[in-house]
Design a protein around this ligand. Structure first.
Ligand code: G3I
Length: 378
């Protein structure tokens, strides 16, 4: 009887120990990336349709464990949410928001105005000719009010305008620009603010360290601020590679944008680590096996020597970001695991890239192990 009671006490003790250990692990473990960086910035990831609509997706436990912010990689883009005039499809976007709410996550909407992934009807009239300025402005306003209005509250920030500039700072000659002129940018910010006055509104672009683009963004933001146009953040996409951007240029840019007094986020970080495809740009690797060794060299796995190169580069970037953590609101990695990254299919389809922090089996890459050890307390 006595022995039985003692065993029961031990079992109860063991049970209590496990509960305490597991609670500690899930809420505050140094092994969670988001927790390691909790005093630096939010750590985000991008979710794609397969993750959002499949509650059994193996991505989801990784997302819950390591990330504090989420962005939809594609499902809030115009061609998904508003494929036809007068018909919105919020299925996947609603599921994204529900997941974020359930897990108490910071959420970013992506993206309201872009030249890509916008259906052709948006820019046309009924006879197939280019739409006139007033029609396009009205469509833009309806789209923004509807989409931002629907997620007012749960969404914390929006990438309002995406990639409106060229590398040299000229306005990109997108249909938005050709039909409306540069005012489409400020209108988008104004209408997004009207629809959700609490959301942080971002301008988001790549190569934000190019001097031409940087100067133009700064000029636009100063102009907006002087005229009371609501803009709250600058998104540096962070599609960076092994040999670009120069770290000094990145650092200078972070300082220059921070001087504007706006939030800064790295919004779409991943590592361009495959060789430049040269003449095969735009091709499908499966149609060019002769080039596989040269431009898809790690099809069967990444050797340790290359893992070291890739993870050292992640460390270099995070050292810069950590140094400037007081200016940076969030660092979002553009996807969960290597196999799901757009980098496998651009600028050549079907290659095998290793651009993210988790491998194709959802195991942490060496880059993950390296950057989780970096942060220091504020
Ligand atoms: O949904 C269709 C699917 O039905 C079809 O079977 C399949 C066949 O190819 O295509 C699917 O659509 C793809 C879509 O991603 C969803 O997976 C498109 O082909 C593909 O082009 C699209 O790529 C996305 C790309 O934006 C579009 O330009 C990438 O996933 C996404 O990572 C990428 O993200 C952009 C940011 O939004 C803005 N900054 C640059 C960044 C990288 O290009």
């Amino acid at each position: 009887m006595k022995t039985q009671r003692r065993s029961l006490t031990w079992i109860a003790f063991l049970f209590l120990f496990l509960v305490v250990a597991m609670t500690g692990c899930s809420q505050n473990s140094p092994k969670q990336l988001k927790n390691a960086y909790r005093n630096m910035f939010l750590i985000g990831t991008a979710l794609n349709r397969m993750d959002i609509l499949n509650p059994d997706s193996p991505s989801l436990p990784v997302v819950k464990m390591h990330f504090s912010s989420i962005t939809p990689e594609n499902v809030m883009k115009w061609e998904v949410i508003h494929l036809e005039p007068n018909r919105y499809d919020f299925t996947a976007a609603d599921a994204f928001v529900a997941f974020g709410e359930e897990n108490n996550m910071h959420m970013v909407g992506h993206t309201l105005v872009w030249h890509s992934q916008t259906p052709a009807w948006v820019f046309k009239d009924v006879s197939g000719e280019p739409a006139d300025r007033e029609t396009l402005l009205q469509r833009l306003r309806d789209h923004i009010s509807t989409v931002v209005g629907r997620y007012k509250g749960p969404l914390h920030a929006w990438d309002v305008v995406n990639e409106a500039l060229e590398d040299d700072g000229r306005y990109r000659q997108s249909p938005w620009m050709r039909i409306i002129g540069k005012e489409y940018i400020e209108k988008a910010f104004q209408w997004a603010h009207e629809a959700d006055p609490h959301a942080k509104l971002y301008y988001n672009d790549f190569n934000m360290w190019y001097p031409g683009r940087r100067e133009k963004v700064i000029q636009i933001v100063r102009d907006f601020l002087s005229r009371g146009i609501p803009i709250h953040g600058i998104g540096l996409q962070g599609h960076w590679g092994l040999d670009y951007p120069p770290l000094e240029a990145l650092e200078e840019s972070i300082n220059a944008y921070a001087d504007l007094g706006l939030e800064i986020a790295i919004t779409e970080m991943d590592m361009d680590m495959l060789p430049s495809p040269g003449p095969y740009t735009g091709a499908d690797i499966n149609a060019h096996f002769e080039a596989r060794k040269e431009i898809d060299p790690w099809h069967d796995g990444l050797p340790d020597s290359m893992q070291v190169v890739v993870s050292s580069r992640w460390v270099q970037f995070f050292q810069v970001l950590n140094r400037h953590h007081d200016k940076i609101e969030r660092v979002t990695i553009w996807g969960v695991q290597d196999g799901a990254s757009w980098r496998n299919n651009w600028p050549v389809r079907g290659r095998t890239a290793y651009p993210l922090l988790f491998d194709r089996n959802y195991r942490p890459n060496p880059a993950f192990d390296a950057i989780i050890k970096l942060p220091v307390e504020k």
